[in-house]
Design a protein around this ligand. Sequence first.
Ligand code: SAM
Length: 300
Amino acid sequence: MPAEPPATGAPDSGDPIGARYPNTARIWNYQLGGNDNFAVDREASEAANALVRALGVPAGAATAVESRHLQQRMVDYMLGQGVRQFLDLGSGLPNMANTHQIAHRTAADARIVYVDIDPLVSSYAAALMAGPNVVTLRADLREPEQVLGNTQVRDLFDFGQPVGIMFMCVLHCLWDSEDPWGVVRQFRDAVAPGSYLALSHMTREAHPEAAEGLFRISQDLHWNTPLISRDRADIARFFDGFTLVEPGLVAPAQWRPDLDNPLRDGHDPDDCGEPVLKLISPEDRGVGWHLCGVGLNDRP
Ligand SMILES: C[S@@+](CC[C@H](N)C(=O)[O-])C[C@H]1O[C@@H](n2cnc3c(N)ncnc32)[C@H](O)[C@@H]1O
């Protein structure tokens, strides 16, 4: 997979929300069973699903649902370590069990900042996830100062206290040349000792052919971001300056499955404001598209 983005023209002023081409936020929403997507996103999702199924690999929906379960466990874990501030970068369209809903189950005083670059995400998040101790921000995480210097963020967070920095399924949207490692480093350097990094990233480790195929599809269909699967060593490098907690860098299904407590299973997500996670069937577990981990910033 190339490290450089292809040359692109200026943003299309006739397409302000990027409805003409497939969009990562909306594709993820479709894979999670949401309705906030367009035909172009559904077609791209199904093309990707067909490609990986033809290679005998479970498709995107299983990965997406498993990722949301993982996110719940990682937030639960950080809460258990005393973290009360969460910076959810590339947060995505509001969907099942969002970070503030997970955190506020056990800690009503937890503070959450959601950051996403996408205009649709930003307006939906502002409408659906607003509330006490929650800030929703449209910003580009490739420019950490946009987030770290934002007045609302600085008013909500106490940067003298630990922060749970979350990059769930987003760093594979950045090219090598955009230095995603440097981006993580800048967020790391802005937070107090005792902070955590929670991360899940696409890997080519388990299914190299399918990973390459997904990258190609993202390019051929002009998705708004690439899908760059990285190897274990490159994903481990995101944790420079952090100590990985047990069980280390593993597939999502292997990351503390004992913490799994699917939120409010059986409730209709349209029925109430409660967070809901879909059940994962046993055959969908361990899909292995991602490597994930949580690291502790334990430097004095
Ligand atoms: C695959 S979705 C993951 C959503 C959520 N974190 C999850 O795991 O369910 C990736 C999200 O990252 C956002 N994103 C991609 N590049 C970004 C950037 N440079 N800055 C902020 N958000 C970005 C996309 O708009 C999208 O909502």
